[in-house]
Design a protein around this ligand. Structure first.
Ligand SMILES: Cc1cc2nc3c(=O)[nH]c(=O)nc-3n(C[C@H](O)[C@H](O)[C@H](O)COP(=O)(O)OP(=O)(O)OC[C@H]3O[C@@H](n4cnc5c(N)ncnc54)[C@H](O)[C@@H]3O)c2cc1C
Length: 891
């Protein structure tokens, strides 16, 4: 690291002295370290904070560049642990400047008398776990060594500046500054030729102010970023009023929100809005000058769907084109290589307009990379620029840099953290690492950290850690360590979360892509602040799940396991349903249950547009049946799929799986005809089965009249509809037609045995319960008839059936009978593929646009149907990366 980067750290030589013994040592005196010290003292621990800087403040001590401000509104970017502190401090601006935030942190340090336990101007040089003593031994570059029971890294996600990767920096004869290590003295730029390298958050904040002073400013940009106008000013009256009218409620809402700022999530999706409505929402967000507003309030799919995201991105690019007069510069400033929000967007004041100034020029490093820095300036592949000052706004070795790059940490059995993390950071909850007992990270990789209002995330981590330490002490435990299984489970959950959002599609410091040679992967937890908090609480509630605790005389406690095995969005849905405390569906009676399902369906997102929807009626086994036909927008004639809805032969109708039918119609390019068959108890077995068969026969015979491709049809169904689809195939084989080229069975009922392991494991808590399934059987089929293959197709003859694709979900009582059916079909010589969906529940695939992780399964279902129809595989764009790797396909 060049000297200038640490010019103000004023490290001095190590001095000796006896080792200082404390219960807890904390590195870092920023937002996190200060609050930790306060909480640790209150909990009765002896604690010491070690800080490289000359005073408190962390980020706000180091980042003194012109224009440095927070980008979360300051009413939200504050401590909340003490209402009296909140009343004692008033912010002067919507987004406070660095000096004001630094004053605030100094005020906090004074108020709680924190500085007396902080060793400033001191760097931790190495930390080593002493197994025999069960303590961490720390060496420093200043003052005595330290021995502590617990070692807490409050080292910050953005505190290790990234050294420039350019040849010749040392040769430059002018002044060099780093935004992340800006000097304390005034930097005079007036009349000078200044170069700024980097256009991330810091560059975008500094550039307009540097341009106002410099004789000429040249901005060197590798990657353009999305920037929104801050519209700074006094704190917004509505936010302040909302806070002051119910401070506790406001803060609590922030803690359980997705990003740590109390905005309710948008519920409307982009395709439900007209162009004009979308523009109106966008203009409102642009005028609000608030990142969180723009990231969360436009439409629900903007962060999870490339199409929904592209709409926002283009509206922002339109603003850039309107602000920047030179079209070439505007194009160079317009981000095209990453979805909006997949990199942290910036908040600016006059950033784009600055490029209209005559003293500002822009160099696009994608077209002419910097080749070297010389004594007089900067050389690109095409030109040389003589400058007096170079400002590096090149960012940080984020999230892991301050933990591993700055000092060696050696854990149990001599393991080095840098080596353990060589292929990317591994952690349990972003708080601890297996193999490193009694080591904690505040906002470490694997926690929401930089994707959140960090004030909220820091408080949550500090509270969790201090409460755990106190509980351990009270229970007589001296060490705590994450288990390898828990950590591996967390890595899987992190990966599942990142398939949900668009962060995976950007090369950014979130993924380590900005540091050459750094292992890549999404480092922050993308599942949201509130869900993360509930998981941390769950770990405690389940007896410190995934941790091994040890104490004197061989005392041990280890409750091993993975805290989240559900897909993240499934977990959210199930938690939401649990919070609603609904009575069991089976207690509502058939009519009550039908009314409930209708109301439930009315609240779900509308399905996407298809070419045409036609309602009609067809002859069933005993009278007309309604149907709804979904036709693709592509030219026909299309292959035809006869679809049977779910609902336990009691609930639902031809429209109740509308989002699923629309989605599959779009993905497959096929006509879906959803049939409204008769239900129990009014029409008991075999009414539904016979209706299914009659409907398939009629549709096959009238395929051409319906605009479909004549010839064999396919059948598909979910749940009880899967049962009817399977039965229809058996009846069609036995009764001489219709010809069926394939069957798609999604979580089908195949047997009346309610005693399989999946019924026991998933009896409750996953929406479809064992008791509800028993009720469905009672409503539909008398016990004596249940072994009839028209009720339990698993008990029928299976040879000679059409090829099948059978979907089962891990957390579904019906899982094992679906697997059994697939295995029995294979044994009978029927070509079959079975898709085991990890972490999904019975309703996952039909909750289109709610359970986003269901996309990958539907892509595979669509591919199967296309194979059945003899078409080439094809999946719609927008599903990139949405295929969880460990879902299994078995032949
Ligand atoms: C310019 C800028 C603007 C930001 N704006 C926002 C915002 O608006 N909202 C938001 O939520 N977040 C923002 N952040 C993120 C910000 O880092 C956090 O909000 C918060 O300040 C982090 O606090 P911390 O205590 O965890 O870490 P830091 O404030 O980074 O403090 C860590 C401290 O640890 C010290 N340290 C590290 N290693 C060692 C060592 N080996 N020995 C001794 N000392 C060490 C460092 O010197 C540093 O002082 C911003 C970051 C930057 C850079």
């Amino acid at each position: 690291m060049p000297d200038a980067m640490v010019a103000d750290s004023a490290s001095t030589a190590t001095s000796g002295g006896a080792t200082q013994e404390v219960d807890v040592a904390v590195v870092g005196a920023g937002f996190a370290g200060l609050y930790l010290l306060h909480r640790l003292r209150k909990a009765g621990f002896t604690a010491l904070v070690i800080e490289e800087a000359g005073d408190v403040g962390g980020t706000w001590y180091w980042n003194r560049y012109p224009g440095a401000r927070c980008d979360i509104q300051t009413v939200d970017y504050s401590y909340t642990f003490d209402p009296e502190l909140e009343s004692a401090w008033k912010w002067s601006e919507k987004y406070a400047t660095q000096p004001e935030i630094l004053r605030y942190l100094g005020f906090v340090a004074d108020r709680y008398d924190l500085r007396r336990d902080i060793r400033f101007h001191t760097r931790i040089k190495a930390a080593t776990w002493d197994q025999a003593a069960e303590r961490w031994q720390l060496t420093t570059d200043h003052g005595a060594a330290i021995s502590c029971r617990h070692y807490i890294m409050a080292t910050g996600c953005l505190s290790a500046p990234k050294p420039p990767e350019i040849e010749g920096v040392k040769d430059f004869k002018g002044e060099i500054y780093f935004t992340g290590r800006w000097p304390h003295h005034e930097v005079k730029l007036a009349g000078k030729r200044v170069a700024v390298i980097g256009t991330g958050s810091s560059g975008i904040q500094a550039i307009p102010l540097i341009a106002e002073q410099a004789a000429h400013l040249t901005v060197f940009q590798r990657t353009p970023n999305f920037a929104l106008p801050a519209h700074n000013g006094p704190p917004l009256l509505d936010r302040v009023a909302a806070l002051e009218s119910d401070r506790a409620g406001y803060r609590e809402q922030a803690r359980w929100s997705m990003v740590g700022v109390p905005w309710p999530p948008a519920s409307v999706v982009s395709w439900q809005l007209s162009d004009a409505e979308r523009r109106e929402r966008f203009e409102k967000a642009w005028a609000a000058g608030d990142l969180v507003h723009m990231l969360t309030q436009l439409w629900a799919d903007q962060g999870v769907d490339v199409d929904g995201n592209a709409l926002v991105a283009e509206l922002i690019r339109e603003k850039i084109r309107a602000a920047v007069k030179d079209p070439e510069t505007a194009a160079a400033l317009s981000p095209n290589d990453h979805p909006f929000g997949s990199k942290r967007p910036c908040l600016d004041t006059n950033y784009y307009a600055t490029y209209n100034r005559p003293n500002v020029s822009h160099v696009n490093l994608r077209q002419e990379p910097i080749t070297s820095i010389t004594a007089s300036g900067i050389k690109t592949g095409k030109r040389s620029f003589d400058v007096d000052v170079i400002v590096f706004a090149t960012g940080f070795d984020a999230m892991t840099g301050a933990i591993t790059a700055v000092h060696p940490i050696t854990g149990r059995d001599g393991q080095s953290l840098s080596q353990v993390w060589a292929n990317g950071p591994q952690s349990y909850l972003g708080l601890t690492v297996a193999g490193f007992p009694n080591l904690f990270m505040i906002t470490g990789p694997g926690s929401p950290s930089v994707l959140s209002n960090m004030a909220v995330s820091i408080e949550q981590h500090v509270d969790w850690v201090v409460e755990r330490l106190a509980a351990m002490r009270d229970a007589g435990f001296s060490t705590i360590e994450a288990t390898a299984a828990a950590q591996a489970g967390w890595a899987q959950h992190m990966a599942d979360c990142s398939t949900l959002t668009l962060h995976r599609l950007a090369n950014t410091w979130y993924t380590g892509a900005n540091v050459p040679g750094k292992a890549q992967g999404v480092m922050p937890y993308t599942g949201g602040v509130g869900p993360y908090r509930s998981i941390c609480n769950e770990v405690v509630g389940r007896g410190m799940l995934g941790f091994r605790l040890t104490g004197a005389n061989g005392a041990q406690q280890c409750n091993d396991g993975e805290v989240v095995r559900l897909q993240p969005d499934v977990r959210l849905v199930l938690n939401m349903l649990a919070d609603m405390k609904l009575p069991p569906i089976e207690s509502m009676g058939a009519d009550g249950a039908r009314a409930f399902v209708a109301q439930f369906n009315a609240g779900r997102p509308a399905g996407r547009l298809v070419g045409e929807i036609v309602d009609g009626s067809l002859p069933g086994a005993d009278g007309p049946l309604p149907y709804r036909l979904y036709r693709p927008a592509t030219p026909g004639p299309h292959p035809v799929v006869v679809y049977f809805h779910g609902g336990g032969w009691v609930l639902g109708d031809e429209q109740s799986d509308d989002p699923f039918c629309r989605d599959m119609c779009r993905r497959t390019g096929m006509i879906f005809v959803s049939v409204g068959y008769r239900h129990g108890p009014e029409h008991p077995f075999p009414a539904a089965a016979e209706d299914g068969y009659a409907a398939a026969k009629w549709i096959a015979e009238h395929a051409a009249d319906l605009g479909g491709r004549p010839g064999p049809v396919m059948v598909a169904g979910w749940s009880a509809g899967g049962n009817i689809a399977a039965v229809t195939c058996q009846l069609a084989r036995d009764r001489g037609g219709p010809a069926i080229s394939g069957q798609l069975l999604v979580c089908p009922v195949t047997d009346c045995d309610l005693d399989r392991p999946s019924y026991r494991e998933n009896a409750e808590g996953y929406f479809l319960t064992k008791s509800l399934m028993a009720w469905f059987w009672d409503m539909y089929c008398p016990p004596g008839d249940r072994t009839d293959p028209r009720a339990s197709p698993l008990r029928g003859k299976l040879s000679g059936l059409p090829q099948a694709f059978v979907v089962t979900c891990e957390f579904d009582p019906l899982r094992d009978e679906g697997i059994a059916y697939a295995q029995a079909l294979a044994a009978a010589g029927v070509p079959v593929e079975q898709f085991n969906a990890r972490g999904q529940m019975h309703s996952s695939y039909t909750m289109v646009d709610v359970v986003i992780t269901g996309v990958s399964g539907r892509v595979q279902m669509a591919e199967a149907l296309r194979r059945f129809a003899g078409l080439t595989p094809e999946s719609r764009s927008g599903d990139e990366g949405a295929r969880p790797g460990s879902d299994g396909l078995a032949a």
